[in-house]
Structure formats: C-alpha cells, structure tokens
Design a protein around this ligand. Structure first.
Ligand code: MN
Length: 245
C-alpha cells in the first residue's frame, strides 16, 4: 500500500512523525506537508502563485516541505507518485464538530477524496504538554487496521478520527453541530493599537452520539464524511414548495 502523509501543523510537527512511524507498518510512506503551520486554513488552495517543493529530512522518511496549504500538499504529493490513501495529522488539537469547517487537517483528507483517493484525518487534543504519541500509537494502529482493511473501501472514502488522550475504545459518531458565539474581543498591542480576538465558545450542550460526545467520554471518534454537502431534506422541501421552472 502507498501512503501519502500530510498535515496542517507543518512538516516538522511531532504528530506527523508519530503518524509516519505507525503508517510505515502498512506500506510505503511519502510525506508532503506545509513548511510552516497552516492550522485553520480550511480547504484553501493556492492558484495565484507557483509553489516550491523542497526535500527535507524527517527521520528516514521520504519527505518534502511546501510553501502552500494542506490541500496543495496533497495535490502535489499525489502528482509526485500515486497513493492509495492520504493520512493527515496527527493534528495537535481536536477537529470535532464545527471545527471541521475550519480544519486544514481535514482539508488534506478531503483533497484526497476530491482526487478520487481515500482520505483519513487524525487529531488529538493538546493540554499543557505535548500529546503522548507513544501511548497513542497502538490506538492509531488499530484505527488504521480497521479503516484500511475494510473490504468496502468506497464506503469509508473519507473519515475524520479524533483520539482522546487515553482512549478506552472506538466509537462511530456523527458530526456534532454546535453553533458558537463568534464574539470579537478587543485588545491592544504593546503600542496601544487595537487588535481583535475572535472566540469560538460553543452555544449548545454536547449531544450523545456525536464526535464531541465520544471524545469527551474517552472514545476514539470515527466519523465517515462525504463531499456532498447538500441538505437532502431541505432540497426536497424546497422543490415541493417551489417547483423548478
Ligand atoms: Mn493544526
């Protein structure tokens, strides 16, 4: 199996190296990742300037750094040589619920799906210390065994995975939909000039069965996703109210 690894934390992230060490048990690993952090860049692609790809030493892995976005890295990485699956992460920070809309980690996996390959995004929360990737490794292995051995790969073409610090099992979970406050907090820089922080404090309680709930309860959450964002029920209702003309 050929595995392309990307992330949004940058090519030198310890989470990417931890993922690479697990991934090599499943096949040939190539790393193509942003040269600097691109967290919360979402699914941006670079179309108005050329991109530079530089080979870079990451342990003994074949690795490249790119002055672009996570999605750029996947496009370039697949162009260098095909891959059966793109793994993105392990992100330093969760990508649950509404964070999926902003996530560069997930965007790399989505880019794989857009290009007809499988994509798996992997994330874990960060506390005061760096995540214990050695302790997570068996859980990452188990998830990849589960997802990569599935006979019906097309049914799990795009999966978002989040690991709590000390997982007690796996849980298939749907994406939580939590609105957030989006309050803009004014602050000042050291020279007294105004700056703004945008907050993302959730407004609703965590619902059982969601990815947020699963990780809060100590489970690894696995959420199969699809590229089609259409709200099928709303579409049908709109058609019924106002037939297309
Ligand atoms: Mn990140």
């Amino acid at each position: 199996m050929r595995l392309l690894l990307a992330n949004d934390d940058g090519v030198y992230s310890p989470g990417l190296l931890a993922l690479a060490h697990v991934a090599r048990r499943f096949g040939d690993v190539r790393i193509v990742a942003p040269d600097v952090e691109q967290s919360s860049m979402g699914h941006a692609i670079t179309h108005s300037r050329p991109l530079r790809v530089k080979r870079t030493p990451i342990a003994d892995f074949e690795a490249y750094r790119v002055n672009g976005t996570p999605a750029d890295c996947v496009a370039l990485g697949l162009d260098m040589g095909d891959a059966d699956v793109v793994l993105s992460g392990i992100n330093l920070g969760p990508n649950l619920g509404n964070a999926m809309w902003h996530s560069g980690t997930l965007a790399a996996a989505k880019q794989a799906a857009l290009l007809g390959r499988r994509g798996i995004a992997l994330s874990t929360p960060v506390g005061d210390d760096e995540p214990d990737f050695a302790a997570l490794a068996p859980h990452v292995t188990r998830v990849l065994e589960l997802l990569l051995s599935d006979a019906d790969a097309s049914a799990l073409a795009l999966v978002n995975v989040n690991f709590p610090p000390a997982p007690r099992g796996l849980c298939w979970a749907r994406q939580a939909v939590q609105h957030y406050d989006g309050v803009v907090v004014p602050v000042k820089d050291p020279f007294g000039r105004p700056l703004s922080w945008i907050t993302v404090r959730p407004l609703e309680e965590v619902e059982e069965g969601t990815d947020l709930w699963a990780v809060r309860e100590g489970y690894v959450s696995l959420t199969p996703l699809r590229l089609d964002l259409t709200d099928a029920a709303a579409l049908e209702a709109a058609r019924a109210r106002t037939p297309s003309a």
